[in-house]
Design a protein around this ligand. Structure first.
Ligand SMILES: [Zn+2]
Length: 428
């Protein structure tokens, strides 16, 4: 009897599966490919290389198909029924920018109540994602607290349900704590468990709090590491065993260097990086995400800061920029991250202004937000440049960002994964 029932179940499932398959195939066949041609006056296809002039970028669905010389008005090829032409003949066209350090769920609209917290976080994310995308940032790596909202939003963007940017999620921060909340852990075993929990939830990255927060008095140059060496190693091993990289928040020198020795892929802030840190960055092939535009915020907050915090903030203002400059000069890979939420969502490009201010060329600053970030995120095949096969993440500005990086403060055109989400520049 059982056997007969099993057979029937199997048979019925097959019928349903067959129907579902048929439907899927039909949907795929019925949906025509969407073709677009972008006429780009100046095309900074790969920041760091010489810009190209008068090109047509041919976009098929969400990807760049190819780039051709001159301005094509149509595509004479099989399977192309209609083409949308986008006129950026008075513009500087470049790849969608990437910010490797934002807090997309936090910032301007904090209503993080205990009941329904995830739902309200979703509102924050939607508002902040909109500002970020309109500023020309088509990909972000975000750091979060506990909860599911950011995972849901990330998946919604990927499915085309929500507008971008593409979101890469680092799970709840792995930090020293015994209450079991979020990423709190206190020994090798609990830290491995905390990492695995984030991966189960869907984390793309793991974030480790290697020193205390920059808004606390313990954020000093000579503050000790908060984790033991074996715990850092356990976090990195547990993450890497699932091919998940680790980003370490670190201000004090010991925390930076211990995290680098432990094998993290990026250091966030790195305020007190020293000579040893710089050689570790290079020997470990790690990336430095300086979040230097936080300097703007520190200057504002300093006025109302407590007596305990003032010297900590003064030290940040005196040394952070100089140490980022020293790391850059030493050949450390600088990956742009703005710390949006601490800074303003939508002002992400202010970070690049700071890089130029400390001695980077405009082209290098632009590289840090495109090519270098794509490499950090291990997505160089898909992001960071306008090249055949990559995602059609394309932005435009009306003055040359290689002359003045502040041109990026006013992005007039944004295409994310082939969809035009903003066009204040030409006819389309
Ligand atoms: Zn941050």
């Amino acid at each position: 009897m059982k056997k007969v029932f099993a057979l029937v179940t199997c048979f019925v499932s097959t019928i349903f599966l067959g129907a579902a398959y048929g439907q899927d195939e039909k949907t795929v066949v019925d949906k025509p490919d969407e073709w677009k041609i972008i006429h780009a006056s100046t095309l900074i296809a790969r920041p760091g290389e010489t810009p190209l002039r008068q090109k047509s970028i041919i976009v098929k669905n969400d990807r760049i198909e190819r780039i051709e010389d001159g301005y094509l008005s149509t595509l004479n090829q099989e399977g192309v029924s209609s083409v949308k032409v986008i006129d950026l003949t008075n513009a500087f066209v470049l790849p969608g920018l990437i910010d490797s350090h934002v807090h997309i769920a936090s910032g301007d609209e904090p209503r993080n109540q205990e009941i329904g917290r995830d739902a309200y976080l979703m509102l924050n994310i939607a508002a902040n994602a909109d500002k970020t995308l309109n500023a020309g940032y088509t990909t972000v790596r975000t750091f979060i607290g506990p909860g599911w909202a950011v995972y849901a939003y990330r998946d919604g963007v990927e499915k085309g349900i929500f507008p971008g940017p593409r979101i890469i999620v680092a799970g709840s921060t792995i930090r020293v704590g015994t209450n079991g909340e979020g990423g709190a852990c206190y020994d090798v075993s609990s830290c491995k468990k905390a990492v695995r929990r984030q991966i189960e939830m869907g984390a793309d990255w793991i974030k480790l709090y290697a020193t205390c927060s920059g808004s606390k008095p313990c954020a000093r140059e000579h503050a000790p590491s908060v984790f033991l060496e074996e715990e850092i190693k356990a976090v990195v091993d547990a993450a890497n065993s699932r091919q998940i990289p680790v980003a370490a928040h670190a201000h004090g020198t010991a925390g930076i260097n211990d995290a680098l020795r432990g094998g993290v892929r990026s250091i966030e802030h790195g305020s007190y990086n020293d000579k040893t840190s710089r050689s570790l960055f290079k020997s470990k092939d790690a990336f430095y995400v300086p979040t230097l535009s936080v300097q703007d915020r520190i200057k504002i907050d300093y006025e109302t800061a407590s007596d305990e915090m003032k010297p900590v903030m003064e030290a940040f203002m005196e040394t952070h920029a100089a140490r980022v400059a020293a790391a850059y000069k030493a050949g450390v890979k600088i990956a742009a991250g703005s710390d949006a939420a601490v800074t303003k969502h939508g002002d992400n490009a202010r970070e690049l202004y700071w890089y130029v201010k400390i001695g980077m060329s405009e082209a290098e600053a632009l590289r840090s937000a495109t090519i270098v970030n794509a490499e950090l995120l291990q997505k160089e095949e898909e992001l960071g440049a306008i090249e055949a096969g990559k995602f059609a993440d394309i932005i435009a500005v009306d003055s040359d960002p290689l002359e003045d990086i502040e041109a990026l403060a006013d992005v007039g055109f944004v295409m994310a994964a082939g969809e035009v989400v903003k066009n204040e520049m030409g006819s389309d």
